[in-house]
Write a protein that binds this ligand. Structure first.
Ligand code: G16
Length: 544
């Protein structure tokens, strides 16, 4: 390890003294002005991780749903998964080491992780469309080369596309071809094959309006649409040509404000969806004949997907173990529907797809979605092989079902939640089942809910347990929340520190929207009082 070169190059990416940042829910996220040294150091860390795992590692420069002035970075592990938790700790330590401590920190990580420094390292880099992202990806590359690593810069990519590239490269191309073209072809082929089998799909089923959050999803969907246009036509809004990234649009805005994005024309009963800024989340929605807005979030996506998979499994007579993974944000009605009507086991993990992904891997088929629309379905290798073999052997309806399953396996991005892949899966299922968005929405009725954000001096004062459903500290807060919850029917509330923004998140649900709003507001006030709120006291009616 040429520590001289590392230190010399680091001076060009100097850490602002005293600045402390943490590897959060999805990597580092902060105002772009604070991140150059983090980028360089994540390039360094990616080299060590690559040497240790003897695999290609990914580095994605994005702040996903955050506002345009923020940015962020995360590392992608060999099978396209989020970075292992022990390495998140290394990332935080490396990010916070003052300049003179950097060499010692690097040596420490190499020793603790028994990194063979003679091993080659290869890192792939991708970035979103933020103004700061191009320069930052160059800083990552500076870090990679300072430690002697080789790299490939994919340039502009959606986050899930980079996860896909890493997975392809580390499976010797078995999962797919590690190019953007390879991604388009693999997914589109599976989609077109699937939708060919849809018998009754009128025009209204085959046109979809997509709000791209003024982000990278627009560029990639524009490139990709020619590959799947046989099965679906998409109309893009908020494509980045006019508006600001994630501003009054995108999946996060639509989900948390429970209203349509700006910049999209919606006629009644038209099926619409929104991506977030790096296209790893998707939510659907429509307006009914009375003009009322209806949101179809990640919970309903999980329900649609798991019911589709279960029906096909029954058809082919296979009794694979199917599980659904959610977080505390899952609407109570969705959990009840999955458990009581669909008889599917449901598990709850902490927020962050890394937690859901790992839980989902425990099943033959694991479907995981956060309510915010981030998720996918995972199929064990054994199940995939069995289904693909049955697709060749079985005939008639059984054969048809096995072929559908085989195509669904190829259509899901099994490395990460992916808005484009999920969109195609959903569109295929709706077409195959002949369902409208309204019929899908009618599977169950969501309990009214509200999400808010509260600013506090230090969000680390709130710690949680029980998959974030209970507060441990500060003392007394959980008791207040529990007392408030008792005052409403069908109610539930919890609070947790965000891992991507400097806020505390508050979630409440109850029997009516007014009650959910009121409960969320009262819980916000309790957080403000007991957890060191700053700025203005929360006022009712504020959306998070
Ligand atoms: C990221 C994570 C998601 C998480 C979201 C919000 O999404 O990948 O799993 O739900 O942040 O996290 P938090 O509530 O901790 O801020 P994205 O789309 O921003 O990458």
């Amino acid at each position: 390890m040429d520590l001289g070169a590392v230190t010399q190059r680091s001076a060009l990416h100097a850490k602002p003294s005293g600045l402390v940042l943490q590897y959060g829910t999805a990597g580092f996220r902060a105002h772009a002005g604070h991140l150059d040294h983090i980028m360089y150091r994540m390039g360094l860390l990616a080299v060590l991780r690559s040497k240790q795992t003897k695999s290609t590692i990914g580095v994605m420069v994005t702040a996903s749903h955050n506002p345009e002035e923020d940015n962020g970075v995360k590392l992608i592990d060999p099978l396209g998964e989020m970075l292992a938790p022990s390495w998140e700790e290394h990332a935080t330590r490396l990010a916070n080491a003052e300049e003179q401590e950097l060499p010692r920190e690097l040596v420490g990580i190499s020793e603790r992780e028994a990194v063979d420094l003679q091993q080659d390292a290869f890192v792939v880099v991708g970035r979103d469309t933020r103004a700061s992202s191009e320069k930052f990806s160059q800083s990552v590359i500076d870090g990679v080369t300072a430690l002697g690593g080789l790299f490939h810069d994919y340039g502009l990519l959606t986050t899930p596309q980079l996860h896909y590239m890493v997975y392809c490269r580390n499976t010797g191309g078995q999962y797919g071809k590690a190019t953007v073209e390879g991604y388009y072809q693999k997914l589109s082929k599976a989609f077109v094959e699937l939708t060919k089998q849809a018998s009754c799909s009128g025009d209204e089923h085959r046109t979809l309006k997509v709000d791209c959050a003024n982000g990278i999803g627009a560029l990639k969907l524009k490139e990709m649409q020619q590959y799947f246009s046989q099965g679906l036509s998409v109309q893009l809004f908020n494509d980045g040509t006019k508006g600001k990234l994630n501003h009054l649009c995108g999946a996060d805005f639509v989900k948390s404000h429970q209203k349509p994005p700006e910049g999209m024309e919606m006629k009644s009963n038209e099926r619409c969806c929104s991506f977030d800024g790096d296209a790893d989340r998707i939510v659907y929605y429509y307006r009914d004949a009375d003009g009322q807005f209806h949101l179809i979030d990640g919970d309903k996506i999980a329900t649609l997907v798991s019911s589709f998979l279960k029906d096909l499994l029954v058809e082919i007579g296979e009794n694979f173990n199917v599980g659904v993974v959610q977080t505390a944000y899952a609407n109570g009605s969705s959990t009840r529907y999955l458990q009581e009507v669909m008889k599917v086991p449901v598990y709850c993990t902490k927020t962050g797809v890394k937690h859901l992904h790992h839980k989902a891997q425990e099943f033959d088929i694991g479907v995981y979605f956060e309510a915010n629309g981030h998720g996918t379905a995972l199929f064990s290798k054994a199940v995939e092989m069995k289904i693909k073999q049955l697709a060749k052997e079985l005939e008639d309806n059984k054969g048809k079902a096995a072929k559908m399953l085989a195509n669904v396996i190829d259509l899901f991005n099994q490395a990460a939640g992916d808005a484009i892949s999920d969109m195609l899966v959903i569109e295929a299922i709706l077409a195959l089942k002949g369902l409208t968005a309204q019929q899908w929405d009618a599977l169950y009725r969501d309990l009214p809910n509200r999400q808010l954000k509260v600013k506090v001096a230090d969000r680390r004062v709130i710690s949680t347990t029980d998959a974030e459903r209970q507060v441990l500290t500060p003392p007394g807060l959980q008791e207040v929340i529990s007392d408030l919850v008792k005052q409403y029917r069908l109610s539930r509330a919890f609070v947790r520190p965000s891992g991507t923004e400097d806020v505390i998140r508050v979630y409440a649900e109850a029997d009516s929207q007014a009650n959910a709003d009121s409960l969320a507001h009262e819980v916000s006030l309790a957080v403000f009082q007991l957890a060191g709120g700053t700025g203005e006291r929360p006022t009712s009616g504020l959306c998070g």
